[in-house]
Ligand binder design. Sequence first.
Ligand code: RNT
Ligand code: ZN
Length: 418
Amino acid sequence: MNSDTSYSLAKEEYAAYGVDVEAALAQLQATPISVHCWQGDDVGGFENADGITGGGIMATGNYPGKARSIEELQQDASRALSLIPGKHRFNLHGSYLDNAGAPVERDAIEPKHFQTWVDWAKNEGIGIDFNPTYFSHPKAADGFTLSHQDKGIRDFWIAHTHRCREIAAFFGEQLGSPCVNNIWIPDGMKDTPADRLAPRERLIDSLDQCLEPAFDEAHLLDAVESKLFGLGAESYTVGSHEFYLAYAVKNQTVLCLDAGHYHPTESIADKISAVMPFIPRLLTHVSRGVRWDSDHVIVLNDDLLAIARELVVNGFLDRTHVGLDFFDASINRITAWVTGVRNMQRALMIALLEPTDRLREAENAGDYSARLALQESIKSLPFGAVWNHYCEMKGVPADGDFLEPIQAYERDILSSRS
Ligand code: RNT
Ligand code: ZN
C-alpha cells in the first residue's frame, strides 16, 4: 500500500471518531520545538578549549564526533533540523558565545558575541531562545551563584544575567520573535543545611535585581527553572519547585517545568493545568529521568504522551514554549536530537488527534467505563500513517528512513573529528 492510500484510510478512521486530521496537522505545523544546543557538544560551550562542565550537570559517554566549534555545532544542528519536519527554534546558552579566541568574562558578554548565531538562525529561518550560564565557572565552584553569601559573587552573576537578557532581547529583535531567557542556577548543598531560609532570601533579592530592567515583551520573555537535586547538591536546592512557582506567580514570569526535576513518581503532566491559571506562560524542558539522571533522550512513552496531551487538550499551546532538555554523549548526537525532537512532535500529534470531546462527554455523563474503553481503543488508531504523511509533506524522511542520512553524515563528516 502506498503512503497516500495509508493516509487516506487513516483520515477516514479518525473521521469516524470525529477527528479532523488536517486541522491537527495545521496545529502541529504551528508549534515550534525549541531545540537545545547542548545535546550537540555535551554541554561544553565555546568559552575555552576544555569545555569542562560543573554545577551538578554532566554528560556521560564518549561517542566520537562531538562538535568542537560553533561552526561544527551549526553544521550538525542544520543537519538535524533538515531531518525534522517543520520550522523550529534553537536554544543557546551564554557559554556558546563567539569570542574569536579571546576569553570574555561572563559579566562582559555582548550581543556582538552572538552575531554568528543570528546569521545562522536567519539563514535557517528560525528563532532563538537563551539561557544565562551559571555553572562550569570558578565563581560557581563552591555551589552557589545568585544566592551566594558573598555580595561580590552575587553581583557578578546578576551582571551576567543582565548581559544575557540584553543578548536575548537582541535575538528577539533581530529574528522578529520573542526570545525566552531561562534562569536556572545550580545553588544547593550536599549535606543538611543549618539555614535553608537565608539563601532563598538572597535569591529573591538577586532575581529581583536581575529582572529589574524592563524589556519589550515582543523581544524578551523571562523564565525561571527549579530543580529537586543535583550531583553534589543532594540535600538542599535553593531554587526548589515551590520557590520558583511562588516567584513566577508573584512576578508573572514564565515558569519552566523540567520533566526530570521532580520525584520519580511525580509527572509534570499533572502540574501543567495546576499552574497555568496562575502564570502568564509556560516553558517546558521535556526530558526523561532515569534513576539519578534527569536528562536522557526523550522516548515516546506514557510520560511524554501525557505532557503533550495536557498542553494540547487544555488549549495551552499558545501560551507554552515547548523546549527540550536532554544530553546523551554515548550515542550519535544528531540521532539523539532527531529522535528526541521527532518524538516530541509525535506526542503532540497524537494529542492533537485525540477525540477529546467524546472523552469529556463520557466523563461528564459519569460513564467512566465508556471513558476507559475509548481511551484504550484510540491507542490503536493509525497515527503512524498520519505522521509519515506529515514528514513527506515537509520533505523529510519518514520514520525508518532518517537513520541512513545520519549514518552517512557520520561517515563523511563526524568521523574525521578527533
Ligand atoms: C539543569 C537544568 C538546565 C540545564 C541546561 C543546560 O538541571 O535542567 O536546564 O540542563 O540549562
Ligand atoms: Zn532543564
